[in-house]
Design a protein around this ligand. Structure first.
Ligand SMILES: *Cc1c(COP(=O)(O)O)cnc(C)c1O
Length: 427
């Protein structure tokens, strides 16, 4: 850890907290984050040349494993032709056509440079399209860091939210209604009271930013029904789940059709990209066709588009998701068995290539239930695994990601390490 520690101290002098995105700083688990020098397949190597089996996968994009040779080649070939033009390219059409083809709910799509931009733009579009101001989001869902989304539930039932970040005036979140995930009655009550003022509901259709929380049966259908009944726009934020839980995201798994979808992470194959798209009549309200403004100097960047197109083509091969889901299932089953034999209160869940680990007896269905888990036990487990060369997400409130490069041997070695880590919890 010598060089990692030096780099972290050096980083802290010029970068706030030493990192460019807060979770990387290890604040919730404590200790010094490894500084990554390179990555390949299922592995990352840090500045002290230590190798880790990686379950962060750049927080989702690395679905093919790190530095897949065909993706790297596509990036190199695109770069030779110029890094950015600020003008349209044929490759952008190919990516748009591929997204429209793969996700039937998307008739038109616009590319941006991050998930935050995608959700922020989709919400502006929903407001412009409906002429309404209020939006519904759910506690524990993360949709990027736009001001109006950095909000937690107000004190009373059906009161509007309070900012969770300094620098966000309460007026900016005054139109954001925050409800409990999986609470159908709460959604119905909100529409009963404010139905014709609600522009949109935005939801992670499988939540991956409060650890992994699946929708209970009927929850997503209730959102669809209420939005249809009251003329609100249903936005599935599939920035994490899109092309991660299956070839058509959660919408493909459930058959529930949103009006707008936001994407990022996997669709950029590790390069900065995002997208929002959906019904043609709604998308027609975006500039230059309509009055809802949205723009980006690097939107549709040719190098990012090349990485995304190649990634989407490779994961479109037959059997890809069957194998990804099978490998994730083996990991989760192995971890459960290892915890049981160590006598640790533990549960785990997975959907496609993402998984959740919970230091409690039952799989949670809400942020409150996730929060009731034993965070101290998670933190101890995390460090025990990291020391033995397995890199799980550094927080009890994050999901984990498996790539197609995680073969049986890698998973068996992970389970063996986890067995030792669980044993440390229950000596
Ligand atoms: C990661 C994430 C975002 C934000 O994407 P960035 O590219 O980090 O801005 C938004 N929504 C969901 C569901 C995410 O997982």
């Amino acid at each position: 850890m010598i060089r990692n520690v030096e780099l972290f101290e050096r980083a802290c002098r010029t970068i706030p907290g030493g990192v460019n995105s807060p979770v990387r700083a290890f604040r919730s688990v404590g200790g010094t984050p490894p500084f990554i020098e390179r990555a390949n397949g299922a592995y990352v190597w840090d500045a002290d040349q230590k190798q880790y089996i990686d379950y962060v996968g750049s927080w989702g994009p690395a679905i093919l494993g790190h530095a897949h040779p065909e993706v790297v080649k596509a990036v190199q070939e695109a770069a030779v032709n110029g890094l950015s033009f600020g003008a349209p390219t044929e490759a952008e059409i190919e990516l748009a056509e591929l997204l429209v083809h793969r996700l039937p709910s998307i008739e038109q799509v616009r590319l941006v440079s991050s998930g935050t931009e995608a959700t922020m733009s989709a919400i502006r579009l929903a407001r412009g399209y409906t002429g309404r101001a209020k939006i519904i989001k759910f506690e524990g869902c993360y949709h990027g860091h736009a001001d109006s989304l950095l909000v937690k539930a107000g004190s009373g039932l059906l009161t509007f939210g309070n900012p969770t970040s300094a620098g966000v005036p309460p007026e900016f979140t005054a139109h954001t209604l925050v409800l409990d995930y999986n609470d159908v009655a709460g959604v119905e009550a909100a529409f009963e009271k404010y139905g014709d003022e609600i522009a949109c509901v935005i939801v992670e259709p499988v939540a991956g930013n409060m650890n992994l929380v699946q929708p209970v049966p009927g929850f997503l259908q209730a959102l669809r029904d209420q939005c249809t009944r009251f003329g609100a726009v249903l936005i599935f934020d599939e920035v994490m789940t899109g092309f991660r839980v299956g070839p058509q995201g959660v919408q493909g798994r459930t058959g529930i059709v949103p009006d707008l979808t936001t994407l990022a992470k996997v669709i950029g194959g590790g390069m900065p990209i995002g997208a929002f798209g959906g019904r043609r009549d709604i998308m027609a309200h975006i500039a230059p066709l309509g009055g809802v403004y949205q723009a980006g100097t690097l939107s549709g960047n040719p190098v990012a588009v090349a990485a995304g197109l190649t990634t989407l083509r490779l994961i479109g091969q037959p059997g890809f998701y069957e194998r990804l889901e099978a490998q994730t299932g083996k990991l989760v089953a192995g971890l459960r068995a290892a915890a049981a034999s160590a006598g640790v209160a533990f549960s785990a869940d997975h959907v496609g290539g993402m998984f959740g680990l919970y230091f409690r007896d039952a799989v949670p269905a809400s942020l409150a239930e996730v929060s009731a888990g034993d965070t101290a036990a998670f933190n101890k487990f995390f460090h025990a695994a990291l020391a033995r060369g397995v890199n799980f997400a550094p927080s009890a409130f994050e999901a984990g990601f498996v790539s197609i490069a995680h073969d049986d041997d890698i998973i068996a070695r992970t389970v063996a390490v986890a067995g030792e880590a669980f044993a440390e919890l229950n000596p």
